[in-house]
Design a protein around this ligand. Structure first.
Ligand code: SAM
Length: 305
């Protein structure tokens, strides 16, 4: 199991663009500084930062204990040399890190391919596993518990606001009925089928390549992991933590995240007006990168940290 994670299948997105953008303040720094990788995952970006920033330190955070354990093995040398520190927790707690002068903060939001492909997490529509969906399985409510304890109005709001789902009312009503009849699915596959059943016949086949439960699953994942509140906290507290001249880079994967990043970065100096997207070659190599958007902001040099 551990070895599976060590041999991560996750392909880091827009790796070269990210490193080129994030390294600039470090190359100009007169003293050793810190880059915080808020989303360690399979360690692809963290590895590239360690290689591109000799003389500086990387602090890598992840909510997923399995990602931290795998990185302890993979980066044992860098950890021993004091170049890498791993932190198990949510990046919303970034303000509590006392790590020295921070010149870079990077986040590659969402789930890694290792997590998506792990049948035990219940993230995929075909998974026979319990619908858990938590990034940090040591705490918090599972998706199943959330469905059990949320009212119809609450469920509808989750699907509408976090999934921008057209059939949020019907999905919520069908889940409530399943709860009343004590047949709420105990597998993600069953849950995906119940959600798909709530869409009209055309929708049940999905929009193009999308499974009809895609938006609802996105909504549940966001709700279970409190993802948007975590992101808001990262954007606000991260910018406070950053030294003047430092950079924050975020890769987002859906419009709810990107809108927040875009708005927050307007208060600073966005490095490029439009977000950077993966090129044709990357899209061919890694179809999961297709909705990625990279934005980078620079904190004005005169700002207090
Ligand atoms: C897309 S993956 C990152 C992949 C990584 N950049 C790489 O190159 O392998 C996102 C990771 O962020 C973690 N994550 C998501 N939200 C988080 C949060 N609020 N706090 C800490 N980690 C989080 C997930 O557990 C996952 O491992």
């Amino acid at each position: 199991m551990m070895e599976d994670f060590y041999n991560t299948v996750h392909k880091p997105v827009m790796l070269q663009e990210v490193v080129d953008a994030m390294r600039v303040p470090f190359d100009a720094a007169a003293r050793p500084a810190v880059l915080i990788d808020c989303t360690l995952g399979g360690g692809g970006h963290a590895d590239a930062f360690l290689k591109a920033l000799p003389g500086h330190r990387v602090v890598a955070i992840d909510r997923d204990e399995a990602a931290i354990k795998a990185a302890e093995l993979r980066f044992a040398g860098e950890i021993k040399a004091g170049r890498l520190t791993l932190v198990h927790g949510g990046f919303g707690g970034i303000a509590e890190l006392a790590v020295g002068p921070v010149l870079g903060i990077f986040a590659d939001l969402g789930f890694s391919s290792d997590q998506m492909d792990d049948p035990g997490r219940g993230l995929s529509f075909n998974s026979e596993a319990f619908p858990d969906m938590r990034l940090d399985r040591s705490r918090g409510q599972t998706c199943f518990d959330l469905l059990q304890t949320t009212s119809e109005a609450g469920l509808e709001k989750i699907f509408r606001e976090y999934g921008e789902e057209r059939y949020s009312r019907r999905i919520a009503a069908n889940i409530m009925q399943a709860k009343r009849e004590k047949r709420l699915p105990k597998t993600s596959k069953g849950l995906a089928e119940l959600i798909a059943f709530s869409s009209p016949a055309a929708g049940r086949r999905g929009h193009g390549r999308l499974h009809p439960a895609t938006r609802a699953f996105q909504a549940l994942r966001i709700a279970v992991n409190n993802e948007l509140a975590e992101l808001d906290k990262l954007l606000e507290d991260g910018m406070m933590l950053l030294e003047g001249g430092g950079r924050m880079g975020v890769i987002s994967f859906h419009s709810l995240e990107d809108r927040r990043v875009k708005t927050a970065f307007r208060k600073f100096q966005p490095l490029f007006k439009k977000p950077r997207l993966p090129g044709e070659r990357e899209l061919g190599d890694n179809p999961r990168s297709r909705s990625a958007k990279l934005r980078v902001a620079v904190k004005p040099p005169e700002s207090a940290p």
